[in-house]
Design a protein around this ligand. Structure first.
Ligand SMILES: [Zn+2]
Length: 266
């Protein structure tokens, strides 16, 4: 290093430090996610001297390469999602223990009070003998998925084996999430927060197909007993259960809902 080197570098260092330091602090103030980039910012604030010499011409002409990581910070922040809250993680762990096949979904807010927060996509549930398929099911909150999982195995599959002599292989639904009010009211439906599912039918391993629409009133005594048992066990697990007995809007499905804050079994 020549005799003029240290003095030149000192000035350059001061310039660079002021320039980058101001820039970095501004990013920190606006961007709560900045701590993720703390390491790269630290590196920028204290560049090695040879690197500083190399950067100086670029700095003075405004063509700065070094602060690029700090500039990218806001774009990173938009794609960052916070980890699930402790109760959310506990629910997912509990759902895993039921051997459900599921994928956690990112939180979604659709406006007008509609959302799917802490939701999962359920691919299959577990029965005594194997997997239970689900049809036409959209996102469901984890508490709904957990309740559904327990009901499917211990409420529905066991009832199918005991009353109809064949295990359950599939639960048919008419969907879960839908941004809408309870029919005829201005109150948001449990479907608007992915806390409700409409179950329309059941398929057994021997091929029999039991549906709410056909068998609740018109089925064989065994089919009606099966649906009554399934409905009864749902009432012990879900907050709100509505059947064809409730009103004509439910003539072809059971409405099963969690988290409504009130117990309703009709
Ligand atoms: Zn419903």
């Amino acid at each position: 290093m020549g005799p003029r080197g240290p003095a030149t570098l000192l000035v350059a260092g001061a310039l660079l430090s002021t320039f980058l330091g101001g820039r970095v602090q501004a990013e920190e103030a606006d961007n709560p996610i900045f701590t993720i980039l703390g390491h790269s910012a630290h590196m920028v604030r204290r560049p090695a001297l040879p690197l500083l010499v190399a950067l100086l011409p670029a700095l003075l002409t405004g063509c700065v390469g070094a602060p690029e990581p700090a500039r990218r910070a806001p774009r990173m922040a938009t794609s960052w999602t916070p980890p699930a809250a402790p109760e959310g993680r506990a629910c997912l762990a509990g759902l895993s223990r039921t051997y459900a096949n599921f994928t956690p979904l990112p939180d979604q807010y659709y406006g007008a009070g509609c959302s799917a927060v802490g939701a999962v996509r359920l691919a299959a549930l577990r029965s005594d003998a194997g997997l239970l398929q689900l049809t036409n099911l959209g996102p469901v909150t984890c508490p709904l998925a957990s309740t559904l999982s327990g009901w499917a195995r211990f409420g529905v599959d066991r009832a199918a084996q005991q009353i109809l002599g064949s295990p359950l292989v599939r639960i048919e639904t008419m969907g879960s999430y839908a941004c809408r009010n309870v029919a005829g009211t201005n109150r948001l439906s449990g479907h608007a927060t992915a806390n409700a599912v409409d179950v329309s039918g059941f398929v057994l391993a021997d091929g029999r197909h039991i549906t709410v629409a056909q068998d609740w009133y018109g089925g064989s005594p065994q089919a009606r007993a099966f649906l009554a048992a399934v409905h009864g066990s749902a009432c012990r697990r879900f907050g709100t259960v509505l059947s064809p007995d409730y009103n004509a809007a439910h003539h072809d499905h059971f409405h099963l809902e969690v988290g409504a804050g009130r117990q309703l079994c009709r």
